[in-house]
Design a protein around this ligand. Structure first.
Ligand code: G6P
Length: 608
C-alpha cells in the first residue's frame, strides 16, 4: 500500500504535493519522492524515511513548477532506501505507482535483454521503461501508457509525467484506488480523498481498467479498449478526519473492511494457479531445504501468536512436518532445544517486537534457519532473518491488529502449501483445488463484512456483559483465542478463548445466562464435536452466539446466529474471524472506549 498524487495547476506544486502526501501518510511512510516539471525538464527529489525527511530535502533543494507527481511508499518490492523510492524515471518519463506488478520479473528480464539498465529493485521501474520505449516509438503519452498497461498483470494506480510535456499527467487504475479532483483551473489526482480536500470537493473515482489524462482544464477518461467515459464529478462532504479514515468512524473499522484487499495483495504474484504451486523465492527456503527440514517452530506474540497457531496446525496437517508454536516471550527462558534442521518462523506485524526478535536471534545463534513473516519491509526481524515472506496489508494504525492478522494467516497458509508440495505430502491436484479456493476467499470475506449491521445488533445486545467466552475446535480454536483477545483489548470486557473440548475441564463452571458464549461452528471436521460442547453450554443457560455456515446447525441452540460463507476447512479462520472482529469493535464502540488506542496498550512493543 502506498499513496500517490498528481497535480496540474497554476500554483507552485511542490508544497501542494508534499501536503497531499502528508494526508496519505497513513498508506505508507518508509520513503517518499516527488517529480516536478520546471518548464524545461523533470526534476526529482527522493528520500528514505518519513515524509519530513523529503520535506527537509525540498527546503534545502527546492523544486519549482506547476505540474508534478508524488509518492509515499510502503515497500513491497525492494527495501525502503532512496534508490527504491518513487518516482522512478526512465528517459523522459517519471512514474509513481501504488500496487504490485505481478509479472515484473519476466518483463524486467526482457527489458534487460534489450539493454535497459535498472536503477532500483522495484516492480514499478519497468513501467517507466515501458512507457519510455512506447513514447520513443512515437506514441503520445496517453497512448504509450495504454500500450504499457496491456503488458502489465497485477494491481496498479499510476501517475505518469513526461519531460517533454508540462501540460498533463496520465493516470491509470486497476485494483488500487485512484480519485481525480476537479478544481478551478486545477486538476489533482490521488490515492484517496484527503489529499484533495484542500483544493476541491468535486471528485471522480476512477474504475478498474480506466485511464485518464488530466490538464489544467479537465480530465479525459477512457477505458483501456478506447471507450470514452463520461462520469460527472460527485461532491464529497466528509471532514478531513473522516476522509482520512475513509469515512469510517475508526481506523480499526476501516482496517477490518480493508481485509479482502489486504488478502488479495498478500496472495498476488505468489499463488501460481496454472502450476498448482506457490512462488517462494523470497522464503530463503530452497526446495531441498523444504524437503529435508525436520521441524517448523513458530515464534510470535499477541495476535501474531494466534496466526502462528494457525501456521502450526496447517504445517502439520498439510505438509506433514512436526510443528510447534511458541510464545516468543517464553521461548528464550527455557533453554530451548532448537538448531540445525529447524525452520524457525518469526511472525510479527511490526517486525520490531522485542520478544520475537530476541527469540529469533537465539534460534539463529543455535543454527536454525530463520524465516520472517512480517508486514514492515526492512524491519529488524526481516533484517536478521535468512528469508522474509511479507504480508502486504499496508500500514495498520489501530492498535488491535485485524488486517495484518488475516494477511498473516494467508502467508502462513501459503508456507504450509509450499512445504506440502515440496515434500510430496500434497498432490498437485489437491494443491490446485486449495489454491483455487484460496483466491476466492477475499470475496467470501466481503460477504461476511456485508453482514456488519447484524453483528452490530448482536453487539448491542451483549454490550453490558462482564465476561465472555469464545469456543472453537481445530483451526477454529486459534480463532476463538483471537476473538477473545480482540474483545478484551478494545472493550475491556473480560474474555477467554478456549478449545471447545476443554470447556468441561473448568470454564463451564463460569457459564450462566449472563455469559455470552461465541461458538465457532463452521461445517468442518470438528462440527459434531463442537455441537456437543455447545449443548453443554446450553444446558447451563449460556447465551450462545453461533458463527455458522449453515443456519440449521444452530437451531434451538443459539440466541444469535451469524452466517458466513463456507470455504475449505484450511481457510475457514480467514472468514470466521471477520464477525468476531466486528463484534468486538461494536461492543467497544457502544461502550465508548478508545477503540484505536486502547488504554495501557501499544501498537509496537519494543521492550521485553
Ligand atoms: C502488541 C500489539 C498487538 C500485536 C503484538 C505483537 O501487543 O498491540 O496487536 O499483536 O504487539 O506485535 P507484532 O508487531 O510482533 O505482530
Amino acid at each position: 500500500m502506498c499513496g500517490i498524487i498528481g497535480y496540474v495547476g497554476h500554483e507552485e506544486c511542490a508544497p501542494i504535493i508534499l501536503e497531499g502526501l502528508r494526508r496519505l501518510e497513513y498508506r505508507g511512510y518508509d520513503s517518499a519522492g516527488i517529480a516536478v516539471h520546471d518548464g524545461q525538464a523533470l526534476r526529482v527529489r527522493r528520500a528514505a524515511g518519513k515524509l519530513s525527511v523529503l520535506g527537509d530535502l525540498l527546503a534545502r533543494e527546492p523544486l519549482r513548477g506547476t505540474v508534478g507527481i508524488g509518492h509515499t511508499r510502503w515497500a513491497t518490492h525492494g527495501k525502503p532506501v532512496e534508490h527504491n523510492a518513487h518516482p522512478h524515471v526512465s528517459g523522459g518519463i517519471a512514474v509513481v505507482h501504488n500496487g504490485i506488478i505481478e509479472n515484473h520479473v519476466e518483463l524486467k528480464r526482457r527489458l534487460q535483454a534489450e539493454g535497459r539498465v535498472f536503477s532500483s529493485d522495484t516492480d514499478t521501474e519497468i513501467v517507466a521503461h515501458l512507457v519510455d520505449l512506447a513514447t520513443q516509438r512515437g506514441l503520445s503519452l496517453f497512448e504509450a501508457v495504454r500500450a504499457t498497461l496491456a503488458e502489465l498483470r497485477g494491481a496498479y494506480a499510476i501517475a505518469v509525467l513526461a519531460g517533454n510535456d508540462a501540460s498533463k499527467i496520465v493516470l491509470a487504475k486497476n485494483a488500487s484506488p485512484l480519485v481525480v479532483g476537479k478544481g478551478d483551473g486545477v486538476m489533482i489526482a490521488a490515492s484517496d480523498v484527503p489529499a484533495l480536500l484542500q483544493h476541491t470537493r468535486d471528485v471522480i473515482f476512477l474504475e478498474d481498467g480506466e485511464l485518464a489524462e488530466i490538464t489544467r482544464d479537465g480530465a479525459r477518461i477512457e477505458r483501456l479498449d478506447g471507450t470514452p467515459v463520461n462520469r460527472p464529478p460527485q461532491r464529497v462532504h466528509w471532514s478531513m478526519m473522516q476522509a482520512e479514515r475513509g469515512g469510517y468512524k475508526h481506523f480499526m473499522l476501516k482496517e477490518i473492511h480493508e481485509q479482502p484487499r489486504a488478502l488479495e495483495d498478500t496472495l498476488r504474484g505468489r499463488v501460481l494457479l496454472e502450476e498448482s504451486d506457490l512462488e517462494a523465492s523470497e522464503l530463503g527456503v530452497t526446495p531441498e531445504a523444504a524437503r529435508t527440514l525436520k521441524r517448523v517452530v513458530f515464534l510470535a506474540c499477541g495476535t501474531s501468536y494466534h496466526a502462528a497457531l494457525h501456521g502450526r496446525y496447517l504445517v502439520e496437517s498439510v505438509a506433514r512436518v512436526p510443528a510447534v508454536a511458541e510464545l516468543a516471550s517464553e521461548f528464550r527462558y527455557r533453554d530451548p532445544v532448537v538448531g540445525e534442521g529447524d525452520l524457525v518462523v518469526a511472525v510479527s506485524q511490526s517486525g520490531e517486537t522485542a520478544d520475537t526478535l530476541a527469540a529469533a536471534k537465539e534460534a539463529k545463534e543455535r543454527g536454525a534457519q530463520i524465516l520472517a513473516v512480517v508486514n514492515v519491509q526492512g524491519s529488524a526481524i526481516a533484517r536478521m532473518a535468512h528469508g522474509a515472506l511479507y504480508t502486504h496489508a499496508g500500514p495498520e494504525i489501530g492498535v488491535a491488529s485485524t488486517k495484518c492478522f488475516t494477511a498473516q494467516l494467508a502467508a502462513l497458509t501459503m508456507l504450509a502449501l509450499y512445504l506440502g508440495r515440496r515434500r510430496g505430502a500434497l498432490t498437485a491436484e489437491r494443491a490446485g483445488a486449495l489454491l483455487t479456493e484460496l483466491v476466492a476467499v477475499p470475496h467470501k470475506m466481503r460477504d461476511a463484512l456485508a453482514d456488519a449491521k447484524h453483528v452490530e445488533d448482536i453487539a448491542r445486545a451483549i454490550m453490558h456483559a462482564r465476561d465472555a467466552l469464545f469456543l472453537g475446535r481445530g483451526l477454529s480454536s486459534a480463532v476463538a483465542l483471537e476473538g477473545a483477545l480482540k474483545l478484551k483489548e478494545i472493550s475491556y470486557v473480560h474474555a477467554e478463548g478456549y478449545a471447545g473440548g476443554e470447556m468441561k475441564h473448568g470454564p463451564l463452571a463460569l457459564v450462566d445466562r449472563n455469559m455470552p458464549v461465541v461458538c465457532l461452528l463452521p461445517d468442518d471436521s470438528t462440527l459434531e464435536k463442537m455441537l456437543s460442547n455447545v449443548q453443554e453450554v446450553r444446558a447451563r443457560d449460556g447465551n450462545v452466539i453461533a458463527v455458522v455456515n449453515t443456519e440449521e446447525v444452530a437451531q434451538n441452540l443459539a440466541t444469535h446466529t451469524i452466517k458466513v460463507p463456507r470455504t475449505a476447512e484450511e481457510f475457514t479462520p480467514l472468514v470466521t474471524i471477520v464477525p468476531l472482529q466486528l463484534l468486538s469493535y461494536y461492543v467497544a464502540d457502544h461502550r465508548g472506549t478508545d477503540v484505536d488506542q486502547p488504554r495501557n496498550l501499544a501498537k509496537t512493543v519494543t521492550v521485553e
